[in-house]
Design a protein around this ligand. Structure first.
Ligand SMILES: Nc1ncnc2c1ncn2[C@@H]1O[C@H](COP(=O)(O)OP(=O)(O)OP(=O)(O)O)[C@@H](O)[C@H]1O
Length: 600
């Protein structure tokens, strides 16, 4: 890496650190000041205590045994004060860190929702980094104090070393030997970080498998197939692999630490012996011996705190690296500035559109050229996996084509502000939401502007045919939905009608998308519903030139479309009206006839 890159990476980290410090101080400035003062006193306490002990022994002219006893008593008193101070400080810190962690949690959620497209939610690298960040956000939240603590430890350590060197320069070796555990611990921490990154994907897999066994939705299939035990065993195996890796890394780090500390203890013993000899030769006083013993024992703790502070700072730096990567990723999207038209005059055009899902080698769509005329209803048909939903995802803008262009009345879709384009759409999808809220909210969130407008929500429900569902509910539109909160659990078909009512909330969309929204309805209910939607689509078409795209496996429904597009393995193989396609006797004719026979 070039020096310039290193410098800008360092600057970015400083910026995040500055942000974390501001967050911490703003949470409660008075408490932050108390914690800062306590940490300051604690960092110089060992040097202060050792100097007091030396002074007491020298001023009272006590012998070695009496001097050591007095020093011990003063030391015990100081230790008690230190423990009490620590307790207060820990409690205060806990409260501040909790609040900072909460804000960070919101920022992390923001990182996942900032990009207008959703392909990052399927990128293993994004998800792995996010998993590590989520798990370690607490360390980021405490990073401000880690920094202060480490700076205090370094200052206190420097003061202690200065006092020791004042007696004899040889005593500096005691502190030098203390650097050995510091270096070794850093190495151990790096190994642990590597293992955590390596384990991130396995941990996600393990969590997902675990959810399959405990969530109510997959529970039925899991019970019937009796594969719960196997899924659990698989999750268990992943857990064991991850834990084994972490334990081995932890044991190695501990072994290295033990070697480091042993060398320090040897140095401490040698230092005491050396000062005792200096005392005997009259070159040092009993007070000096007391100071060396006092500092030597607290030096171990000071070095330990410096080591752990540096290690924690290293870990914070590593986590910050993930945070910065994710932030940069979230902000890297195209900066679109064009507004969508208020009504469509020409429609949507696709030219040589190709799309490859992240991590997939083969395109889900390729060479797609389509003219979706303003005001028309387009039917999309094709066998499973033909690319219908993928095409819908590209039109809505949640995915960008990997090649080719999509234009909205001649304006490239990539240049239109994503939020503004989303606001001009309305839709119901296969994997529709099932919000466990009141019916009113469940429908109203389709257009937040009218969320609390009972009349508006009611008429949307009516247009989508969901009024029949609402009249059956005990509190009508105010009924709580979902068993999680003691509400009524609608059937899948009823949930689907509510999803359609949500889609009907936006009265003047430019793009109306219906991706198999009626799969759970019986044919009669589906027919009635599509008649309502045909009315809705033609009204939107007349008013603002809306394009309605309809995906359905039921050909009886698709026949109502003005123009039908047939997809096969990611390419458009036929298009035209129902009558034209039947006459052409191609794939559409084949699929239509097969389904018609099935209904006989
Ligand atoms: N999230 C994804 N990641 C990777 N590949 C995907 C993803 N979603 C779909 N695919 C692949 O893209 C191809 C087209 O899928 P798509 O869902 O668009 O088909 P479809 O016509 O809507 O199918 P269906 O009728 O079953 O809903 C398939 O080969 C599928 O495996």
């Amino acid at each position: 890496m070039k020096a310039q890159d290193l410098l800008s990476a360092w600057r970015r980290r400083q910026k995040v650190l500055g942000h974390l410090v501001r967050l911490t101080v703003r949470t409660n400035p008075r408490v932050a000041a108390i914690i800062l003062a306590t940490l300051g006193v604690q960092s110089v306490a060992p040097a202060l205590l050792a100097t007091t002990q030396r002074w007491l022994v020298q001023a009272t002219g006590l012998g070695v045994s009496a001097g050591l006893l007095v020093a011990l008593l003063v030391g015990a008193l100081a230790q008690t004060a230190n423990t009490a101070g620590n307790r207060v400080q820990t409690n205060l810190r806990f409260e501040v860190e909790e609040k900072v962690d909460l804000v960070l949690g919101r920022e992390i959620a923001d990182i996942t929702t900032t990009p207008s497209t959703v392909d990052h939610l399927e990128s293993p690298e994004f998800l792995n980094r996010l998993a590590v960040l989520r798990k370690s956000s607490g360390r980021l939240a405490s990073s401000c104090w880690t920094m202060v603590e480490t700076a205090g430890s370094v200052a206190g350590l420097a003061l202690s070393v200065a006092l020791l060197v004042g007696i004899h320069p040889f005593l500096a070796t005691m502190a030098l030997l203390g650097i050995v555990p510091l270096m070794v611990a850093k190495r151990g921490q790096r190994a642990m970080d590597r293992i955590r990154d390596l384990n991130a994907e396995g941990k996600r897999q393990e969590e997902r498998l675990h959810m399959l066994c405990v969530r109510p939705e997959p529970a039925k299939e899991v019970r019937i197939c009796r594969n719960g035990w196997e899924l659990s065993a698989l999750a268990d195996r992943l857990w064991r692999i991850g834990t084994r890796r972490e334990t081995v890394a932890q044991l190695k780090a501990s072994a290295w630490e033990a070697v480091g500390w042993s060398s320090y203890l040897l140095g401490f013993g040698a230092s005491i012996a050396a000062v005792a000899m200096l005392c005997r030769a009259g070159q040092a006083s009993t007070g000096d011996l007391v100071l060396v013993i006092s500092l030597g024992s607290s030096l171990r703790i000071q070095i330990g705190m410096t080591v752990s502070g540096m290690t924690r700072l290293g870990a914070v730096g590593h986590i910050m690296g993930h945070y910065l990567w994710l932030r940069a990723f979230a902000d890297s999207g195209e900066k679109a500035s064009t507004a969508p038209p208020s009504r469509l005059a020409k429609g949507l055009r696709l030219r040589d559109v190709e799309f490859i899902y992240p991590g997939r080698g083969t395109p889900a769509l390729s060479g797609v050229n389509l003219d979706l005329e303003a005001g028309s209803v387009i039917g999309l048909v094709g066998e499973n996996g033909a690319g219908k939903s993928t095409l819908i995802k590209l039109l809505t803008g949640v995915y960008r084509p990997t090649r080719g262009t999509i234009t909205v009345d001649g304006r490239p879709l990539t240049g239109i502000r994503p939020g503004a384009w989303f606001a001009k759409q309305s839709g119901a999808f296969q994997d529709f939401l099932q919000p466990q809220t009141t019916v009113m909210e469940s429908i109203g969130i389709g257009d937040l502007e009218h969320l609390h407008d009972r009349a508006f929500v009611g008429s949307s429900a009516e247009r989508a045919g969901a009024d029949s569902v609402i009249t059956q509910l005990p509190q009508g539109i105010d009924t709580q939905l979902g068993s999680l909160f003691g509400g009524v659990e609608p059937s899948i078909g009823q949930w689907q009608k509510l999803a359609l009512a949500r889609a009907a909330m936006r009265e003047q969309p430019l793009l109306l998308v219906l991706d198999e929204p009626t799969a759970a309805l019986d044919p009669q209910a589906e027919h009635e519903l599509f008649e309502r939607f045909a009315a809705l689509a033609s009204r939107a078409g007349r008013q603002c030139g809306a394009v309605t795209v309809l995906v359905s496996h039921r050909f009886s429904t698709v026949t109502m479309a003005d123009h039908i597009v047939v997809l096969d393995r990611g390419t458009v193989v036929e298009q035209g009206t129902h009558a034209e396609l039947i006459r052409a006797e191609g794939l559409y004719h084949e699929l239509f006839t097969a389904q018609a026979k099935g209904y006989l």
